[in-house]
Ligand binder design. Structure first.
Ligand SMILES: *[C@@H]1O[C@H](CO)[C@@H](O)[C@H](O)[C@H]1NC(C)=O
Ligand SMILES: *[C@@H]1O[C@H](CO)[C@@H](O)[C@H](O)[C@H]1NC(C)=O
Ligand SMILES: *[C@@H]1O[C@H](CO)[C@@H](O)[C@H](O)[C@H]1NC(C)=O
Ligand SMILES: *[C@@H]1O[C@H](CO)[C@@H](O)[C@H](O)[C@H]1NC(C)=O
Ligand SMILES: *[C@@H]1O[C@H](CO)[C@@H](O)[C@H](O)[C@H]1NC(C)=O
Ligand SMILES: *[C@@H]1O[C@H](CO)[C@@H](O)[C@H](O)[C@H]1NC(C)=O
Ligand SMILES: *[C@@H]1O[C@H](CO)[C@@H](O)[C@H](O)[C@H]1NC(C)=O
Length: 815
């Protein structure tokens, strides 16, 4: 057999922990890769070879647990923390005795095979589907992207590892399916830290359901991605919020006649990142930090680690905000503490004492001594059976007692549910995503329950099988991992993690309490919370918004941080930072000396804004909106433009605030279907009909605001001129007066005629075009800006039909 070409690459892999000696990026027909060899991509970033997984604990402490088998895989070659990105023979490990006789080569039919050359038995093989090309002279190359490609003599790829992912997706790999060939790239989690075999969870792109995360056995979908058009913008804004991924990781979605897939690319080839479906059922995006020499968790989905179905295994309770998250139910112990330590919790927990019912051979239920233990504030387990005629708790309990396989019951709102066999997904109300307050009654042997009652809540000592020191070290490590994981759930942006001017700062709650003198100086309050004045570093004035209302507040918080975090414009209020500790959600903005526009327009004791300031405000708001709609990477619809959300700085320059309702619209998608939001009086009519919205809803609200700026009072129709049956709905009057050429009567009388007639007419025209019923008639904000700048002329706006109707019936008695 010809020898393998040997190249010295010690320069590239100075951090090798395993004794692979040589590297090339290609394996040609006739060459073999033995257990001690490896292929290295040309850029040195990835390596392919045989490896033996372990749980990653330093060998010096004598606690490493290694896998009994060897696997062929691809890993990050330059990263000192051994991390695989692909595994070939997941389900068929190579045993240690086999190893010496095993190598990788290209077989006679052109497939890449792992083969026992002593027995000629194939351990693993590619299955090249496309045989149109002659496969006499195939070769295998490990590309710079980490993709292993089997190619024909003309360089045509016949098979690639990117099409058969294991539990990881790396930049450049497509995640999705091929409509022509039917190839669907499903990702399946690994079994444990030392077993890369097929684990409990899978993720795939499934047609109209989008990305779905599911438990494989029993099959259950526990998360499905948002509709494709909104997933990418949301991801992008999230990644852009984080200084560690801003501009580095670019996700995309492609759907054409041939394929539908998600892909992400990295703008810096030297950076390393991977997206994995981990053993607990969460998708996680990790980025390598050169400075910290460790993987940094950027994003996890579902956010609540308890939400992956049955993540802790049977007879466990999950608390997403505790470390570790999984615990056995009372009077149960871990089935295999070692497996738990290695991340495999499928075994869950088992009873300390068998049920009495199960012991007695004739299963005479009336003599069963089993009792029930209540577990409160939990979600009820998966797959309940409803008992129809049990209309009292005692009857429900009896229904469970009378069947030997029954393990628990719950009686809620007159509904009796019982469970047989394993109990899955009992999650405590941890305040992250689930807020269930149900009570579960768990069936226990009388002996266990009496023990429980005697020593109150003293937990049952679990049987520790491994050497105590080993366990302690492992547990400490797990705790560290959990803390790590918790830090980087959504709220866990690093403290003072801003890098440069664009970054936003994560504040500590205590610092903000100090800055606001314990939230003493209230600037205002709205539907979502209150705004307080504060001073940072004793000199820099800020406005601190404290959100209340757990769920709604959380949503608004996310929307706000992700939108304001990535946009910067002189007419948009600047988000300086945020705080997210426990259930506290705060947002920190630059402080606007002159408060919000509504106070200046409508409050009777305020001195009237002069015309120059009004025009400056109109132009500034238009520019800010135009930027939001047209210049950001994603189009952002504010959805709640009103005077309350326009803030004025010391020189009355306007800044648009409050992005709590903003939605993103991808560049390729002009519409977005969203829940009803906004404020009555500024709502575009299409909102009400429930169609997908466009940035033109903001244009409508802007038009309404313009009319209020001109008149200095609310448009609201409630004000009736007393005595006459005349609805003084200002927008109606504005359009008819504009047609009549009578602007004087429209402008705020408090100005005493001190205004520019031409500018007033311009604003009035723009406003009337903006409030047209048909969104296509409304101008885009870019056009509005040009008109206000005097660079573009508008025709006379028509009277909208709906408004005309109001005018007709209300104007009858008027003169
Ligand atoms: C690890 O174990 C080996 C053999 O069991 C022993 O010689 C060595 O001193 C141990 N190392 C440590 C750090 O405990
Ligand atoms: C099969 O390979 C040929 C070239 O060898 C290529 O033109 C063709 O598109 C391939 N078919 C599929 C389904 O990949
Ligand atoms: C196989 O391919 C290599 C390069 O790809 C080439 O040098 C060699 O001549 C080819 N052999 C045959 C038999 O085609
Ligand atoms: C979607 O899921 C269904 C059922 O789970 C399955 O039959 C179908 O093949 C999947 N489609 C794709 C494209 O994966
Ligand atoms: C979940 O764990 C946290 C932290 O240990 C604890 O404060 C909280 O009370 C637990 N939740 C419930 C419902 O027990
Ligand atoms: C259970 O035992 C009681 C008395 O010990 C008896 O009356 C009853 O018939 C038995 N039931 C069954 C199902 O064997
Ligand atoms: C927990 O909350 C998530 C998200 O709100 C939901 O999808 C899931 O069904 C809930 N799980 C249970 C067991 O209620």
């Amino acid at each position: 057999m010809p020898p393998l070409y040997i190249f010295i690459v010690s320069l590239l892999c100075s951090l090798n922990t395993l004794p692979w000696s040589a590297a090339d990026d290609t394996l040609a027909t006739g060459q073999v890769l033995t257990a001690d060899d490896k292929l290295v991509s040309r850029n040195g970033k990835f390596a392919l070879g045989f490896f033996q997984p372990d749980n990653g604990i330093s060998k010096a402490s004598n606690t490493t647990i290694t896998s009994p088998g060897r696997y062929l895989g691809i890993w990050f070659n330059k990263i000192p923390v051994f991390t695989t990105v692909w595994v070939a023979n997941r389900e068929r490990p190579i045993t240690i005795p086999e190893l010496k006789q095993t190598h990788l080569r290209i077989s006679g039919d052109g497939n890449l095979v792992i083969i026992n050359h002593a027995t000629e038995s194939v351990i693993w093989s590619t299955h090249i589907v496309n045989r149109t090309e002659t496969s006499i002279n195939t070769s295998v190359v490990l590309l710079n992207t980490g993709n292993l490609v089997v190619q024909g003599s003309s360089g045509v790829p016949l098979w690639q590892s990117f099409d058969y992912p294991a539990d990881v997706v790396i930049p450049g790999a497509k995640f999705g399916w091929n409509k022509v060939t039917g190839l669907n790239r499903q990702v399946i989690s690994k079994k444990s830290l030392i077993d890369p075999g097929l684990g409990s969870y899978s993720v795939e792109l499934n047609g109209t359901r989008g990305v779905i995360l599911m438990r494989r056995d029993p099959p259950k979908v526990y998360w499905s991605g948002l509709t494709s058009p909104t997933l990418i913008p949301e991801l992008r804004s999230l990644l852009d919020m984080d200084p560690r991924t801003r501009g580095l990781i670019i996700p995309a979605y492609v759907d054409n006649g041939e394929e539908e897939y998600y892909i992400y690319t990295s703008s810096d080839e030297s950076a390393s990142s991977f997206l994995s479906l981990d053993m607990s059922g969460q998708i996680k995006l990790n980025v390598w930090s050169q400075a910290k020499q460790s993987w940094q968790l950027i994003y996890a989905q579902p956010a609540d680690p308890c939400n992956p179905f049955a993540t802790c295994g049977p007879f466990t309770i999950c608390n997403g905000s505790s470390n570790p998250i999984c615990d056995c139910m009372e009077s149960f112990s871990q089935k295999s503490p070692l497996d738990w330590e290695l991340g495999d919790r499928t075994g869950g927990c088992t009873r300390n004492t068998p049920l009495d019912c199960a012991l007695s051979s004739n299963s005479n239920t009336t003599s069963s001594t089993d009792m029930f233990h209540s577990i409160a504030h939990v979600t009820i387990p998966y797959n309940p059976q409803t008992i129809q005629d049990a209309n009292a708790q005692s009857k429900c309990e009896q229904a469970c007692v009378s069947v030997c396989s029954c393990t628990a019951y719950s009686y809620q709102n007159g509904i009796c549910s019982v469970w047989h066999g394993d109990l899955f997904s009992v999650n405590l109300n941890d305040g992250i995503e689930n807020h269930s307050e149900d009570v579960l009654y768990l069936r226990l042997a009388a002996k266990d329950l009496q023990g429980l009652r005697k020593n109150k809540r003293k937990p049952i000592v679990t049987v520790v099988t491994t050497v105590s020191i080993t366990t302690l070290v492992l547990l400490m490590l797990m705790v560290l991992v959990m803390i790590w994981r918790n830090r980087f759930r959504w709220c866990g942006a690093p403290l003072h993690g801003s890098d440069g001017n664009g970054g936003i700062i994560a504040f500590r709650y205590a610092d903000l309490a100090h800055a606001t003198k314990n939230f003493s100086e209230k600037l205002g309050s709205g539907g979502f919370g209150s705004v307080f004045k504060g001073v940072l570093n004793d000199s820099f004035p800020v406005a601190v918004k404290r959100l209340d209302g757990a769920r709604q507040g959380e949503k608004q918080f996310r929307a706000e941080v992700s939108s304001v975090g990535i946009i910067q414009h002189i007419n948009l209020v600047k988000l300086i930072g945020f705080c997210c500790e426990g259930d506290k959600r705060l947002l920190v903005y630059e402080h606007m000396l002159n408060g919000s526009l509504d106070a200046h327009l409508f409050e009777s004791n305020a001195s009237a804004l002069n015309w120059r300031d009004r025009y400056q405000i109109v132009l500034g708001v238009a520019r800010g909106l135009s930027y939001l709609h047209e210049s950001c990477r994603e189009c952002i619809i504010h959805c709640d433009i009103k005077p309350e959300n326009i803030l004025l700085d010391a020189s009355f320059a306007p800044k648009i605030a409050d992005f709590g309702m903003a939605v993103f619209v991808g560049r390729d998608f002009s519409r977005v279907l969203t829940t009803f939001r906004g404020t009555a009086g500024y709502l575009a009519p299409e909102w009400i009909s429930g169609v997908a919205i466009t940035p033109k809803v903001d244009v409508y609200s802007f038009g309404m605001v313009l009319l209020e700026i001109i008149s200095g009072r609310r448009n609201s129709p409630e004000e009736r001129t007393s005595g006459k049956n005349h609805v003084a709905y200002f927008p109606v009057r504005a359009i008819s007066k504009l047609h009549e050429g009578d602007l004087m009567s429209l402008v705020d009388p408090r100005l005493h005629g001190d205004f520019e007639l031409e500018e007033a007419e311009r604003i009035c025209k723009v406003a009337c075009w903006c409030i047209q019923e048909n969104e296509f008639d409304r101008p885009a904000m870019g056009v509005v800006v040009r008109v206000l700048e005097g660079l573009h002329e508008l025709d006379m706006p028509p009277m909208p039909r709906l408004l005309a109707a109001i005018t007709k019936c209300s104007d009858v008695p008027s003169t």
